[in-house]
Design a protein around this ligand. Structure first.
Ligand code: ATP
Length: 311
């Protein structure tokens, strides 16, 4: 089993009587994952990151880095960007990196290597103030990488960037993952989590309401829609097909959820072998957005009885 990089247990932050920002958060992040905290604004992502980095005091619960607890010295193995770090506008990327390495007491920083990694090598000697927002963010990532940390933490890494800037940062995060790093990021963008993360947890009003791998979240809802000139035969055949988990009828169309070990081709073959004249067959790769809405809906269902008791 892979090493557990971060473990939190019932981690809780109450800012005031009214504001319970994080409510009993249990998380586990094994080495090598790109772990996304996904949730709308105000769901407690930044507060969670603040607590595990020791910059926000926790109200209750615990966290442990590398199985060694909360010791602040473990922070050396973690590179984080919670907000845009301070860079001197008139100094170049190279000079700013040197300043940051002095502050962090890193004697021999691999400045060239880092600037190449984040794609700023060509512009390394231009003043910071001439950089685009995306370049500034990439310099912040270079600074977070200075001590060659084992873990990188990003809070909304692509906020405010244009599509090209977003694509560059996402590629950079995946390049960093390939350097055998573990990455924890907070995002309110489903698309981002789907494209970048291997695993994710959904946060809602400070609570974790779902966690799992992105692949599983998408696989679970792998559906195929089928129509036939002989709907009666189609319904009969589908009901006896072991590769179909559930069926919903929408007009003449049957929407079916496929078993994990069956493919759409298998379904098609099964129907053909059972002489069903298929005139329409479409696979639907559910986006994480649909899955996310489903998770929220399920969760809504879970809370509704309590709500109805209150009302
Ligand atoms: P966003 O992406 O908007 O920052 P988030 O998911 O990161 O959202 P948090 O910033 O962690 O959420 O906020 C969670 C809740 O805690 C919100 O209701 C927020 O208003 C509240 N909160 C955050 N920081 C403080 C603070 N310093 N004092 C009081 N309340 C706070």
């Amino acid at each position: 089993m892979s090493e557990i990089i971060l473990h939190t247990e019932q981690l809780t932050k109450r800012f005031s009587r009214r504001i319970l920002a994080v409510d009993g958060m249990d998380l586990e992040v094994p080495k090598g994952q790109v772990f996304g905290l996904l949730g709308p604004n105000g769901s407690g992502k930044t507060t969670t990151l603040g607590m595990i980095l020791g910059v926000v005091s926790k109200t209750k619960g615990s966290y442990s880095w590398f199985g060694q607890g909360e010791d602040y010295r473990l922070r050396k193995k973690i590179g984080a960007i919670l907000e845009q770090p301070n860079f001197y506008p008139f100094l170049s990327a190279r000079q700013n990196i040197m300043v940051h390495s002095q502050i962090k007491d890193i004697r021999k920083p691999d400045t060239d290597g880092l600037l190449k990694l984040v794609g700023l090598y060509e512009r390394a000697d231009d003043p910071f103030k001439t950089y685009s927002l995306g370049m500034k963010q990439r310099l912040a990532i270079a600074s977070a990488m200075l001590a060659d940390p084992e873990v990188l933490i990003f809070d909304e890494p692509t906020n405010g960037l244009d599509p090209q800037g977003i694509a560059e940062i996402r590629k950079l995060i995946l390049d960093i993952r390939d350097m055998d790093k573990t990455i924890i990021l907070a995002s309110h963008l489903l698309d981002e989590v789907q494209k970048v993360c291997s695993h994710f947890a959904v946060l809602r009003k400070g609570k974790k309401i779902y966690s799992g791998s992105v692949a599983d979240a998408l696989k679970d809802t792998n559906t195929v829609s089928v129509a036939s000139d002989n709907t009666v035969l189609l319904v009969q055949t589908v009901s006896s097909c072991p590769g179909i988990v559930s069926v919903e009828r929408v007009g003449d169309l049957l929407k079916m959820q496929i078993a994990d070990d069956w493919s759409v081709a298998d379904i098609n073959k099964y129907l053909v072998e059972h002489h069903v004249p298929v005139n329409y067959l479409q696979q639907k790769n559910t986006s994480l957005e649909e899955k996310f809405l489903e998770i929220l809906k399920e969760n809504e269902n879970m809370v509704s009885p309590a709500q109805s008791r209150v009302s």
